[in-house]
Design a protein around this ligand. Structure first.
Ligand SMILES: [Zn+2]
Ligand SMILES: [Zn+2]
Length: 396
């Protein structure tokens, strides 16, 4: 039985996968600069006898062809991201980042080492399955425009075209040993807002001679929330947050302008476009009515991530089969963004979460924090599960 064979191989390679993860964790590289990481992955693929080609500069794509005869020509793609974040690691562990100020704080070291493990399992078992597995090692998930969008433009979803794309991401809210799924809309689109509110500065004692951009900004910030509360469909989530507001005057100085940065997130492309127009119009209108002006700039980020219903239900079922029902959980929607969304907009996709929490060992920190770490027992699940999901998706 292929399930048992995968489980056996997964246990056999566990130490090696942990070693690879620790190497990657100690040597993190920022988005679009994954040079050594790319070489590391290339060497591992070569060790497995897999041919690869480069995409998006540091990305790699390789195929594992099952040797069982089949007319179907099925292809499934498995994706791992490889980049780290500009964070100074605070963990005191033997595999601590050796690149100060750069840290694998989103678990992409885990995704990459896990996919290498999955590749090893599938390579050893290629006589046991039919169909083709496409391995995608992707750069720059953390930085716009996102490595996924570049790889798709360069043709990663063509020749051969996968019928499904699977991806996994660490989740410190779920115990190691478990995984989580959600069918349908799962993660949000994200757009960055850069706004300058312009007035006319002067002495704080003479407001009548100035145009106060601080007061204009106060109105804009309050009014923009109405876009979310009055214009958005309550059935579809929207979030608008401004985390940066710089006026830079003084107790008695009204500044010339106020600078704002914020984020807008939702799960509906049509509404996303409409919201952009409404926010811009509202902010400009308010500024103008108060004698000032407003430059409202929107930098488009990733689209929303949708897990194709049929594929996700089937994949969830295979995960239950591999791990047991009790180890497969349902996920809630999550308003963060992820460039896997690009695959999900282009092909039937399923993005699931890998539990990495171990409360007893104090491993609970959120991703993108300096104390993020994982319970490495998660690798007892991740490599074999993805191999199993792939062979099942290929119809074996
Ligand atoms: Zn991240
Ligand atoms: Zn991530």
């Amino acid at each position: 039985m292929i399930k048992e064979q995968i489980q056996e191989l997964s246990a056999k390679i566990f130490n090696e996968v942990v070693g690879n993860r620790r190497h990657l964790h100690a040597n993190p590289e920022l988005s679009f600069h994954e040079l050594q990481t790319s070489v590391f992955v290339a060497n591992k693929l070569e060790e497995l006898g897999l041919e690869y080609h480069k995409m998006a500069d540091t990305g790699l794509v390789a195929l594992i062809k099952g040797e069982k005869p089949s007319d179907a020509g099925n292809v499934v793609a498995l994706r791992a991201d490889m980049d780290a974040l500009p964070i100074l690691e605070a963990n005191d562990v033997p595999y601590k980042s050796q690149n100060p100020g750069v840290m694998h704080a989103c678990g992409h070291d885990v995704h990459t080492s896990s996919l290498l493990g999955t590749a090893k399992i599938l390579t050893e078992l290629k006589s046991q399955f039919a169909g083709t597995v496409k391995l995608i090692f992707q750069p720059a998930e953390e930085k716009l425009p996102g490595g996924a969008s570049i790889m798709i433009k360069e043709g990663v979803l063509e020749n051969p075209k996968p019928a499904a794309v699977l991806g996994q991401h660490v989740m410190p809210l779920i115990d190691a040993g478990k995984v989580g799924f959600r069918a349908g809309k799962y993660m949000a689109s994200t757009d960055e807002l850069y706004v300058t509110v312009k007035g006319k500065g002067g002495h704080g004692a003479q407001p009548q001679q100035n145009i106060d951009p601080v007061i204009i900004t106060a109105h804009i910030l309050t009014a923009l929330q109405q876009v979310v509360s009055r214009f958005a469909d309550p059935k579809s989530p929207s979030v608008l947050s401004f985390g940066k507001v710089i006026a830079n005057g003084a107790t008695n100085v009204i500044p010339n302008e106020v600078y704002l940065e914020g984020t807008f997130r939702t799960m509906d492309e049509k509404w996303r476009e409409e919201a952009h127009k409404r926010m811009k119009k509202m902010a400009e209108g308010i500024a103008e009515s108060m004698g000032g002006s407003c430059d409202f700039n929107i930098m488009r980020g990733y689209p929303f991530l949708i897990n194709e219903e049929k594929l996700t239900h089937a994949t969830r079922g295979h995960a239950e089969d591999y791990l047991g029902k009790e180890n497969v959980l349902d996920l809630d929607i999550w308003m963060a963004a992820e460039d896997f969304a690009y695959y999900s907009q282009a092909a039937d996709s399923c993005f699931y979460r890998l539990g990495t929490r171990n409360e007893a060992r104090g491993i609970t920190s959120s991703v993108h924090t300096p104390t993020f770490d994982i319970e490495e027992d998660a690798f007892k699940v991740s490599t074999g599960l993805m191999a199993y999901l792939a062979v099942k998706q290929l119809g074996n």
